[in-house]
Design a protein around this ligand. Structure first.
Ligand SMILES: [Zn+2]
Length: 114
């Protein structure tokens, strides 16, 4: 939730629009019942699938996967990339792209939990 994280290391949103989208992603993360979408089985499955496939940047893969705060950053970064209209996002992060597209992640990666 630090403004500088998106401009210095994420690779996304190095302009004001990206920064606003990143912070909007944080605002979109909590659900009405107090849960975080970044901790949901569906988001975790998409994230882990892109992680396993080697699709994540070093920042995304090493600093974000181990904590809830880290997953929140991954959620905000991917929200920003998708809604900024990154034309390469479906190629660079295919599973997270599908997550944001409203499609289900591959069934094998999340079983019956999502
Ligand atoms: Zn952030």
């Amino acid at each position: 939730m630090v403004a500088t994280d998106v401009t210095t290391t994420s690779g996304y949103g190095s302009d004001l629009t990206g920064l606003v989208l990143h912070e909007t992603g944080h605002g979109y993360d909590p659900t009405a019942n107090g849960q975080l979408q970044s901790g949901s089985p569906a988001f975790s499955a998409a994230y882990q699938a892109d992680l396993s496939a080697g699709n994540l940047t070093p920042y995304e893969s090493t600093q974000q996967r181990t904590t809830a705060a880290g997953m929140s950053e991954a959620f905000a970064n991917s929200f920003a990339a998708f809604y900024a209209g990154d034309s390469q996002y479906n190629l660079s992060h295919p599973n997270l792209y599908l997550y944001w597209s409203g499609d289900s992640p591959p069934a094998a990666s999340c079983g019956t939990s999502c």
